[in-house]
Design a protein around this ligand. Structure first.
Ligand code: C2E
Ligand code: MG
Ligand code: MG
Length: 641
């Protein structure tokens, strides 16, 4: 019997006892007091009413106890309370902006709320009975879900960012909390997932990041992002042993435009400048705006100062084209400051600072131009860029000339061949040496055209000499490293031989030692192909590179040309003497001819003759000269001791 049952029984017994006691005591007392009195019945009635009132009170108490003992009251109350709570929960469930999804212990969806449908785009009946796999985006690897379930098993709750797929197929980020529900017996009964769509937060996060790193007017990277990129570029350049250039651009007199035409026009002009510069650059170049009229450019692969200077010139030239802003046609100039990595600075900060001082220098030098961080470099670069531009014009306007330097057989002293050497007949500067423009032509790629042109001229000249009765056995033409590396060289040579009709055995191609040894396999293939044409091959400036004897032996080369640097010290410098003797012995042992260049003195010629060098070339025999000046009958005598 429960406590409430016992309590009800106690009340009932008490009621019984009290009734008996009350009736007995009050009956006895009333009969004593009103013995024989006419008032007795009235008092007995009053006493009866009193008992009724008392009983009613007791019955009320007993009933309350009885209901309590039967448990009906509490259940009813609980039932009412539960219904109220459920109504509240349902309202929360439906009104919340967070999606709610409930699955049973097997992960089958049993419940979703209205927000779930709004966020995912699914209707409840489309998902009930399915598993949440339906929403997988494929964004997370399997171990993401494994660790999520591990946390759920361990902590009974998991929270985190998860990317799911809407019914439309769109993938979006959610912030999700999953909780594990257990029943009264502690068995897993449900999973409840509550999530919110955080794509708008993500968007604004991105927007904020973008705003923090970009200039709002032009949408170009700002100083912060640019500095970051410079640091990354320098790190990569250091690893790959590359050069970088940083250019600072400032528009000349931009303030005037702002002051005279208003800030609106100024802003539009800045936008137009940004757009034009953006179009000018390809990949590998970052453009940024630092504010005001200051822009910055990072060229990630800029090995040479000339390239940086040429880039600056391109920027300056492109901005010279007028800008059409509303009804105004605006003309602007720009000044550019250049700083180079690694020659000027090794850190991003220093590079920026140097470019800034170079810009200051450019402005100080009259604006509308560029300056390098170091002054000598500026003049040097400007000169080289000018040459590169002019050289193109020189080719078109036939300002190049070919001079010929005699080559003599040292034993007979007879003129046996010539070397074709290019010159530039500059309209203002006179005859320009190839040493000045060949390296620039090599960098700009113009060298292939120059070499082909020289070869054409030389072969034609050789044919003319042969027709005139000259007993020349070869004409030597220099082939640049760049052209030598290209397959088209073969076609070019074949074409020239075909066009001029020269006997291929009379054409000698001079290739420098470094061109051959830089990529020996390619060189070997190229040389064999050229040999098929019947032309002769010579290694120029021999001794200045790092030839491998093994490789040298395999090359189909007929001649070694001793570099003039070793001839200069003959016959007094012991080192030069030793080197020249070795080269002669080497050439002889490999069955090659040996040819000394740069012979300026008779002693040098005598030494070489004594040591059985085959051929000699140099000012002592004759300088490079125009074709008509060549005296092919000249035979200077080399006196022997
Ligand atoms: P290289 O092929 O070694 O030519 C020899 C250079 O030595 C020539 O200089 C010549 O004038 C110079 N030289 C000859 N004898 C003497 C001498 O006794 N003393 C001194 N000090 N110099 C002497 P140049 O004509 O200035 O040519 C320089 C270099 O330019 C050439 O060196 C060659 O590498 C290159 N070059 C010239 N013409 C061409 C060409 O048409 N194509 C290519 N790719 N390179 C060329
Ligand atoms: Mg040469
Ligand atoms: Mg040489």
């Amino acid at each position: 019997m429960s406590a409430s049952h016992r309590d009800a029984l106690r009340v009932a017994l008490l009621y019984l006892v009290l009734s008996v006691v009350w009736l007995e005591v009050t009956g006895y007392l009333l009969s004593k007091i009103f013995d024989g009195s006419a008032d007795l019945p009235r008092w007995q009635l009053i006493n009866g009413y009193l008992w009724v009132v008392l009983s009613a009170g007791l019955i009320f108490v007993a009933r309350a106890r009885l209901l309590g003992c039967l448990g009906i009251g509490a259940t009813l109350r609980q039932h009412i309370e539960n219904r109220a709570r459920l109504r509240q929960a349902q309202a929360v469930f439906d009104c919340t902006h967070e999606g709610v999804l409930v699955t049973n212990h097997q992960g089958v969806i049993v419940h979703v709320n209205r927000a779930f449908m709004e966020i995912t785009g699914y209707r409840a009946e489309e998902v009930l009975g399915h598993t949440p796999n339906l929403f997988k985006s494929g964004h997370h690897p399997p171990d993401f879900y494994q660790s999520m379930f591990q946390t759920l098993r361990h902590d009974r709750e998991w929270s985190g960012e998860i990317w799911n797929r809407r019914k439309s197929g769109e993938i979006y980020p959610q912030w999700q909390t999953i909780r594990v529900i257990h029943d009264d017996r502690g068995r897993l009964s449900h999973y409840v997932a509550v999530f919110s769509d955080i794509s708008s937060i993500k968007d604004s996060e991105h927007e904020l990041i973008h705003l923090a790193h970009h200039d709002p007017l032009t949408d170009l990277p700002n100083r912060l992002l640019f500095s970051d990129r410079v640091e990354q570029a320098l790190a990569s350049a250091q690893t790959h042993k590359r050069g970088c250039a940083l250019l600072m651009i400032d528009l000349d007199y931009f303030k005037l435009i702002n002051d005279c035409l208003g800030h609106n026009v100024g802003d539009q002009l800045l936008k137009a400048v940004a757009a034009r510069l953006r179009d000018l650059f390809g990949p590998g170049i970052t453009l940024a705006r630092f504010g005001g009229d200051e822009f910055a450019v990072l060229a990630e692969s800029c090995p040479q100062l000339v390239q940086a200077a040429a880039l600056a010139q391109r920027i300056i030239d492109s901005l010279k084209e007028p800008f059409q802003i509303d009804a105004n046609q605006l003309f602007i100039n720009a000044s550019v400051g250049i700083s180079l990595f690694p020659s000027d600075a090794l850190s991003a900060e220093q590079l920026l600072r140097n470019a800034d001082s170079a810009l200051f220098k450019a402005k100080g030098a009259g604006r509308d131009g560029y300056a390098l961080y170091t002054e000598e470099l500026t003049a040097h670069a400007q000169h080289r860029v000018e040459i590169a531009f002019e050289l193109r014009r020189a080719l078109e306007q036939q300002e190049l000339r070919v001079h010929y330097q005699p080559v003599h057989d040292l034993k007979t002293s007879r003129l046996v061949g010539v070397e074709a050497l290019v010159r530039w007949q500059h309209p203002q500067r006179g005859l320009v040496s190839p040493a000045e423009f060949i390296p620039i032509a090599e960098r700009t790629g113009l060298i292939a055209e120059i070499d082909a042109w020289v070869m054409q001229q030389a072969c034609r000249q050789m044919c003319d000499w042969q027709k005139a009765g000259a007993r020349l056995s070869f004409i030597a033409v220099n082939v640049s490293t760049r052209l030598f590396a290209r397959r088209e060289l073969y076609e070019r040579v074949a074409q020239v031989l075909h066009d001029t009709g020269l006997d291929p055995a009379c054409l000698e191609l001079e290739v420098t030692e470094s061109a051959v040894m830089d990529d020996p396999e390619v060189a070997l293939e190229q040389m064999h192909r050229l040999r098929e044409l019947g032309v002769r091959l010579a290694i120029d400036d021999f001794g200045t590179g790092y030839s491998s004897l093994l490789r040298l032996k395999r090359l189909p080369v007929q001649k070694l040309k001793i570099d003039q640097g070793f001839v200069a010290g003959l016959p007094w410098d012991d080192d030069d003497v030793a080197i020249v003797r070795v080269i002669i012995a080497l050439a002889q042992s490999m069955g090659m001819q040996v040819h000394a260049e740069g012979i300026e003195q008779v002693e040098q010629a005598a030494f070489l003759l004594e040591h059985e060098c085959d051929l000699g070339q140099g000012y002592w025999f004759g300088r490079p000269m125009p074709a008509h000046e060549l005296d092919w009958a000249r035979t200077p005598v080399i006196p022997l001791h």
